[in-house]
Design a protein around this ligand. Sequence first.
Ligand code: SF4
Length: 384
Amino acid sequence: MVTLDRKDLAKYPFLKESQSYIGTISNSLDTFLESAGGRLAIREAITTLEHALSFTGREIPPLPDIPKDPEGVTIIIAAYPVSRIMVSCAQDRIFIDRLVRYQAWTVFAFLQDEDPEVKRFIRRSIGLPETGNEISVVDYIPVASRMPQEKWRLINRVVVKGNVQVAPDEYDEIVRERLRYIMARNLPLKVPSSVCELLRPAVERIKAEWQKRALEEFGQVEESAFPPCMQAILGAIAGQGHLTHMARFAISAFLHNIGMENTRIIELYGSVPNFDLRKTLYQVEHITGRGGTSTEYVSPLCSTMKTHGICVHPDNLCKKVTHPLTYYKQKKRDLNRKGKPSGENAPKQAEKRKSEKPEGQSGTDASDSIPSRADSDHKEEQGT
Ligand code: SF4
């Protein structure tokens, strides 16, 4: 039987033991948030969210400092539910995804040098076997679907009697992704409007921070920096050529990921004959996580694009990237460095292509072809 000390509770604030530790500090959430301790917890939650928004998910984050005093530990633990409440009030899926990714990776960072007893306890607390080297297929699938490497695909694993074999050195990654799945499962929370109102200044601050980062990351949409694959798909839309489901998904997710408004994405499809606004609106909002779904999709990796035959005319820059978003960022940076003026936006370019389209090309209905399922093996690429 493991005994968790205060430091453990602060390292793993998602545990029910941690939440019990702070459960008695106030009668109501409103009262706590208005207290001095509550204000400190809000400040800590803002810091967590700032880290979460800048975290790329490509390497282990630095370990946060854990205070020694009981008050400091209480603030750290209280910041965990406060951060979850804040992203729920923000009503934007991107904050939820970024927060749970960062918090799961932080746990992963702590686990790298953790006592084996505590590790076993953490595994048990999230419904994984304490020991052993297997996990049930049912638990494995939602976990592995977020991992981009081929080795995690079920087809590449040994499955015995409904259990997937996992090597000892892979187990912490399973814990991390299982945690991410569990942490995201109940979000957004149903938060009373009075609490959201109380947290509004903090939430607005995080939104502004995210806006700034998104602008720094992608800036104004610059179609001349689009990778050849996306240029080709846009050309096909404007030229009313046939597009596969994956092509429509890839371009919609790509345009959303670089910051294009949904209305502008829908305008693009508007150049296609038999355009159905209602269906297109539903499908684009589904992909971009605003249609009541819990997932915001990310455009596919180059490897996935190749598998689906939509990696076309790759150029020299393509040899250096594994994701169309990375291509876009690098190309845009190169163009800006050379002082090239910003290009027209994509809808205007699509209109231009439309007017240049040769006569007699066959039409297609854009509205019924966007897939409703994630191409989940590129999840880690979000925000690249
Ligand atoms: S290599 Fe990647 S970025 Fe380049 S065309 Fe193919 S899918 Fe697009």
